[in-house]
Write a protein that binds this ligand. Structure first.
Ligand SMILES: Nc1ncnc2c1ncn2[C@@H]1O[C@H](COP(=O)(O)OP(=O)(O)OP(=O)(O)O)[C@@H](O)[C@H]1O
Ligand SMILES: [Mg+2]
Length: 581
């Protein structure tokens, strides 16, 4: 584990080593006063003269050691934290890059709460390892080890007596470790569950408010929070007695050394100064050893967190090469495309083409797989079978960035970052001037609602764009696409939230946007796509037919069903407006 984590430190690895080195000398300064105390005690025991001047000299030495220890400890902490926090920063950035390259499904399956935990808590645990457990822990082990060697040199019998309580303390620690290891996985599972449920609960607060607290969501929230409390409490309770025992026993180096050592001195096997020296040395190592053991006890936890982090880091990324886009033109081809979000396949071998410059409409009942096809084209996921090609080049045979440059995607669900609306639109083309952004916003019919906002286009979008209505979010998203002006446009229900008046204006903007481009449009309102060059009809994840409106109306049963349903609902709206209902 240490090796793995040191691998993350990169150029700061040396800083970590240096911090351990500095802390080691800090601890040497910390234990030296015990030897100076011995120098004062020894003449007293041996009834030898000790001048005040010499005693004061030793006392000054003790004070100096205290200062030196403090200075070196601060320097060591400074170095170890410099390395630790830079490593955390690098890890978070590399995790973000890895996540970006993973299929959306792999990210969604983890859950926002668990991912937040990985980004914040799991990575933070490396701070404990790099800034404390490793340098401080090592120093706290190395210095006692040296002192024990010294004790053996002075009198091996007394040294052994000092170590006699050690096995009992280590045994207690081992029991605590065992309990910790056994329950840790379950504890993390409970924590992940609670994290995800809390995030879900907060995101679904509006539903909770409408449907009351008796709903499933609140019950799960309450259940998971209580479950976490009960589990943690029971776990800690099982550990505490063993923790208290080892914390008491480990520093007890004088437990046997003092009474038996006194016997040895009486019987002439050991000398009094040696006993005093060994005891002074033994008193100095107790706290150090305990501290080292406390760091050791955190290692299984850190180990688990690092394993979780690595799982996220090592999730297979999307299949992509680093190649640029080199397709011939911008025709789109779905070739026997199969796809499953999880076990259940939702696309069962869909094949059709959108020639360069054509307008292809995807229609089908809700859940038939229209949005999924669009997401496969923009390579949010890897197909599980077949291929998606742009200009003849497989979307997996280019970098995701290269593909992104060729396609503007206005998704069904809009997400806006909590930055100004102006900056949200500018995401379409990062080097666009303010004037270009404003022009795109105007074309996407944003001005109507922007003029109502106090700060206009400089208004913050709110978390996830929640400050805007669905239709307003869509128009911002369309403005982004207009600004991007990519050769391929994918519109997933781009006007679904529009009122008739705005929809007409928006359709004008879309007509201008899609001119001379290869366009895939998904629409429930079939009247808006009767002029499409190709209408691809999806039915339960299969392509029922592809052709022009008139052909399909006479030959495709699934299309006839959709069209009739659409006509009926259109007639219903007309009647409703006429006051007949
Ligand atoms: N993230 C997801 N995880 C698992 N299954 C999903 C996910 N998104 C969609 N599905 C499933 O895949 C199928 C196709 O969904 P898709 O969103 O492509 O339908 P759609 O035709 O766009 O529907 P709509 O017209 O309602 O937007 C559905 O059965 C849906 O339940
Ligand atoms: Mg959809």
């Amino acid at each position: 584990m240490f090796k793995k984590v040191l691998g993350y430190t990169g150029k700061y690895r040396k800083t970590t080593y240096l911090s351990a080195f500095v802390m080691f000398f800090g601890l040497v300064a910390n234990v030296t006063p015990f030897l100076l105390v011995y120098q004062i005690i020894k003449p007293l025991l041996m009834k030898e003269p000790l001048s005040l001047h010499t005693a004061l000299l030793y006392a000054s030495g003790i004070a100096l050691c205290g200062i030196l220890h403090a200075v070196l400890y601060i320097k060591g902490l400074d170095l170890s934290h410099k390395s630790a926090y830079n490593t955390l920063k690098n890890l978070r950035i590399s995790l973000q890059k890895k996540l970006e390259a993973q299929p959306l499904g792999a990210i969604q399956i983890k859950g926002t709460g668990a991912l937040k935990k990985t980004f914040v808590d799991d990575i933070e645990s490396i701070e404990l390892l790099l800034a404390h457990a490793l340098p401080e822990g090592l120093a706290n082990l190395a210095v006692p080890a040296l002192i024990f060697i010294g004790m053996f040199i002075v009198d091996w019998k007394l040294a052994l007596l000092c170590l006699a309580a050690l096995p009992v303390g280590i045994l207690c620690m081992g029991v605590m470790y065992g309990i910790g290891m056994r329950e840790m996985k379950n504890w993390y599972a409970a924590a992940d569950k609670m994290n995800n449920t809390i995030v879900e609960y907060v995101n679904g607060m509006d539903v909770v408010k409408v449907f009351g607290r008796d709903g499933e969501s609140y019950k799960r929230f309450e259940g998971d929070v209580k479950g976490y409390r009960d589990f943690t409490f029971a776990w800690y309770k099982a550990c505490w007695p063993w923790m208290a025992l080892y914390a008491s026993i480990l520093p007890c180096t004088a437990l046997f050394a003092l009474p038996i050592g006194a016997g040895l001195v009486h019987s002439g096997v050991s000398t009094l100064p040696d006993l005093a020296l060994v005891l002074c040395m033994a008193f100095s190592v107790g706290p150090l050893f305990l501290k080292a053991m406390t760091f050791m006890s955190t290692i299984p936890q850190i180990n688990h967190k690092i394993a979780e982090l690595e799982k996220t880091l090592n999730t297979p990324p999307l299949v992509q090469t680093g190649k640029p886009f080199s397709g011939k033109g911008h025709s789109i081809a779905f070739e026997d495309v199969r796809f499953a979000y999880d076990e259940a396949e939702v696309l069962h071998g869909v094949s059709f083409r959108a020639p360069e410059g054509s307008l292809v409409a995807l229609v089908g009942e809700s859940g038939s797989g229209k949005s999924t096809l669009a997401k496969l084209l923009v390579h949010f996921y890897d197909v599980t079978g077949g291929a998606v090609r742009l200009g003849g080049q497989d979307v997996r045979d280019m970098s995701v960035e290269a593909l992104n440059d060729e396609i503007s995607f206005v998704a069904q669900e809009q997400f806006l970052f909590n930055i100004s609306l102006l900056e949200n639109i500018r995401l379409g083309k990062l080097d666009a001037t303010d004037e270009e952004v404003l022009a795109a916003a105007e074309k996407a019919q944003c001005n109507e609602f922007l003029s109502r906002l106090e700060k206009g286009i400089h208004t913050l979008a709110g978390d996830g764009g929640k400050q805007l209505s669905g239709g307003e979010r869509q128009r911002i998203s369309l403005a982004r696409a207009i600004l991007k002006n990519a050769p391929v446009i994918v519109l997933d229900e781009a006007t679904a939230f529009m009122d008739p008046e705005n929809e007409e204006k928006m359709n004008d903007a879309i007509a201008e946007l899609i001119e001379n481009k290869t366009v895939i449009v998904i629409a429930h309102r079939l009247r808006s796509i009767v002029e499409a060059d190709v209408i691809a009809v999806l039915d339960g994840g299969n392509l029922a037919a592809a052709g022009r409106h008139k052909e399909l109306l006479s030959s495709c049963e699934a299309y006839q069903r959709l069209w009739n349903a659409h006509e009926r609902s259109a007639a219903w709206s007309v009647n409703a407006e006429g006051g007949n209902i």
